[in-house]
Design a protein around this ligand. Structure first.
Ligand code: FAD
Length: 445
């Protein structure tokens, strides 16, 4: 990305032939994070354009669980009834320790949410459905995603009301989108983050995750999140309706065939051998390497990063999509405060101040959890294989909170508190009062 006063030379002649579009906020990427941002900005009356290089919403299920805080956001947007009508719900976690052993017991999730949230279960509502829900909501608000429009280049303009010029290529050629602010919601390989030169710090894990969206599943407790652990392997299973489940497993090098390939047949064999879990067919099977990374900055000048563009981590805890949804909501409120209510630009600094610590803790928590699950030391194997089956039933009283889920829905700027501590009903359809301590600095109240 360059910082330029105005387009010059070859760019100037290209600029002359390409269409120019002006907006207050350019959102790059129409995954869950970008779509949530677009819907919130539309509700809040902020001028915005959203572009995505794909031809439409994702068809893969990908992220599965909608956490309580995200349900509260859908509630604020008037969308929660649509989710409740289509979702399946898991209200217990059933831990266990491998084949032939009885599950430890049942950890009731509802108890943790009592008095905290009306959404006390894990809502199973796939990413593809979240995206469709938000695309429809955006359309009902009179706005559309510009599909098949890919960001190719981003320039920051110094000292002008327009702060970024984005070169976007679509089916009918290039256009220059001039915007006051740009949000990179463009996923793990973010072009915006790359253009800004923001480091994506962290590690790539040596292990591989497998995902099967399976039908005709046997060996699991129904309507529950099943967690199984053995000395070598780990399985996390989310219910997806009668007889169906998302099976997330950690695969070791020893599970691969001689050529290093990891077929679905091999993974099925491992699930059967290690956990006594079988299935008839899968609608989706994939494997992927895990990364734990966090962007060094969530804001740089007129540009922001949200969702996977800002952090990636293991799916243990099912928080990737949820964190992005919650960041988008936070940032939308900040942008509306500045662009609609005329608050100083410094108000936007609170997005990073409020959300980066959440992302940092999330990446650290999931990295630690993943380390415990996958460590190959003899001690770790012994603990997983011998100690956990022994002490697990003693500890599983139903009062211990699975820490990954506790970290999933931290209080954020959707909190109802304001500087004065007075409960605010919200900005029209959206309740987006900021968290108190930082807002007191920024607003002077
Ligand atoms: C195989 C797989 C399984 C997963 N399973 C889970 C799970 O079980 N639980 C969970 O919580 N999370 C899971 N995740 C992670 C979850 O999918 C992400 O956290 C979530 O999609 C992040 O949303 P996002 O909107 O930030 O980014 P994305 O969903 O990645 O969306 C980014 C969008 O930006 C667009 N884009 C990219 N570059 C450009 C460009 N230059 N110009 C225009 N558009 C661009 C892309 O087309 C895409 O639509 C999984 C991910 C994968 C890949």
């Amino acid at each position: 990305m360059g910082e330029v006063a105005e387009p010059a030379g070859a760019e100037a002649s290209a600029a002359a032939s390409a269409e120019r579009v002006d907006t207050d906020v350019l959102i790059v990427g129409a995954g869950p994070s970008g779509l949530m941002l677009a819907v919130c900005l539309a509700k809040l009356g902020v001028d915005a354009i959203i572009v995505d290089g794909k031809s439409g919403p994702t068809r893969e299920s990908r992220a599965l669980a909608v956490q309580a805080r995200s349900m509260e956001l859908y509630d604020q947007l008037g969308l929660v009834d649509r989710v409740l009508a289509e979702r399946s719900a898991a209200s217990v976690v059933v831990p266990g320790a491998g084949r032939g052993r009885r599950p430890f017991g049942r950890v009731p999730l509802r108890a943790f949410g009592t008095g905290v949230t009306p959404y006390r279960e894990i809502t199973v509502f796939e990413q593809s459905r979240n995206e469709r829900l938000l695309v429809d909501a955006l359309g009902e608000l009179g706005r559309d995603v510009r599909w098949q429009h890919r960001l190719e280049r981003l320039d920051v303009v110094a000292g002008a009301a327009t702060s970024v010029i984005a070169t976007v290529v679509g089916p009918s050629g290039s256009e220059f989108i001039h915007a006051r602010y740009c949000v990179g919601a463009d996923g793990a390989h973010s072009v915006v983050r790359g253009a800004l030169g923001v480091p994506f710090e962290g590690v790539t894990n040596e292990h591989t995750f497998s995902i099967s969206d399976a039908a005709g599943v046997t060996g699991l407790v129904d309507d529950a999140v099943n967690v199984r652990i053995t000395a070598e392997h780990f399985l996390l299973a989310f219910p997806m309706g009668p007889g169906r489940a998302r099976l997330l497993g950690v695969v070791r090098d020893g599970d691969r065939d001689e050529s290093g390939e990891l077929s679905e047949a091999l993974v099925r064999g491992m699930l059967e051998r290690e956990f006594g879990v079988g299935y008839e067919a899968s609608a989706w099977f994939t494997t992927y390497r895990l990364h734990h990374r966090l962007a060094a900055r969530f804001r740089q000048g007129a540009c922001f990063l949200v969702g996977d563009a800002a952090h990636i981590h293991s799916p243990v805890g099912a928080q990737g999509m949820n964190t992005g949804l919650q960041e988008a909501h936070n940032l939308a409120c900040a942008l509306a405060d500045v662009l609609v209510d005329g608050m100083p630009d410094a108000r936007l600094d609170r997005y990073e101040a409020e959300r980066r610590p959440v992302g940092k803790r999330l990446v650290a928590t999931t990295d630690r959890a993943f380390g415990v699950i996958t460590s190959a030391t003899p001690l770790a194997r012994f603990v997983r294989g011998r100690i956990v089956p022994f002490i697990g039933p003693l500890n599983c009283t139903g009062t211990a909170c699975p820490s990954a889920w506790c970290a999933a829905s931290p209080p954020n700027s959707g909190s109802r508190r304001t500087c004065s501590g007075v409960t605010r009903v919200g900005r029209g359809a959206l309740d987006c009062a900021p968290i108190a301590p930082i807002s007191c600095v920024a607003t002077g109240s």
